[in-house]
Write a protein that binds this ligand. Sequence first.
Ligand SMILES: Nc1nc2c(ncn2[C@@H]2O[C@H](COP(=O)(O)OP(=O)(O)O)[C@@H](O)[C@H]2O)c(=O)[nH]1
Ligand SMILES: [Mg+2]
Length: 204
Amino acid sequence: MFGHSENRNSPEPASAPPEPTAVSVKIVISGGFGVGKTTFIGAISEIEPLSTEAAMTEVSVGVDDPGPRTDKTTTTVAMDFGRITLDRSLVLYVFGTPGQERFEFLWDDLLDGALGGVILVDTERIEDCFPVLDYFEKHDTAFVVAVNRFPESTRFDIDEVREALGVNESVHVVECDARERESVKQVLVALLEQVLIHRLAAAS
Ligand SMILES: Nc1nc2c(ncn2[C@@H]2O[C@H](COP(=O)(O)OP(=O)(O)O)[C@@H](O)[C@H]2O)c(=O)[nH]1
Ligand SMILES: [Mg+2]
């Protein structure tokens, strides 16, 4: 996965290796089918993201509805994986996981030890994120909601999105363009802030 390694004990990537003492944390990107999870991780990962996109077959017709994004011909059958070195001492490992309820069996493992998660939302199909939103709330996982702006989707104010999702004021709801590295970075910063808020609240 990491290609050439000079040190057998710590697999090293081809570029910008983290320090051996680097702290690594895990975060999860989830949300409905076709909402931009693979794009989001691809925009920010410093390693070629490992993706388990598989060609959509007739089997998935009517199960994975690509909705208005009809050019979508692949679906993530398991997950995406990427890495971001924030500074050389802090490394984020990013896992993308499908938000459909039938993948719930993956979420326990992916969220085990995770700092928190990003729930990506397309305002045209907001209900697609409900299963994973319920899951995060039930497991008291810190999360932010990122509205991925598709030009053809109806625009809603952030407050309307918040209300539709039923998430309270303490949860960051932000907009993003999953294709833009800077925008994705802002979402991750919002998540790190959210994790801090969550932990402080839990400690008090
Ligand atoms: N306009 C627009 N298109 C996007 C954006 N993010 C993803 N897409 C497109 O939407 C489709 C689905 O994205 P993908 O990352 O595969 O979704 P996933 O199923 O959640 O992994 C792809 O064709 C992307 O190119 C975005 O922010 N804006
Ligand atoms: Mg995908």
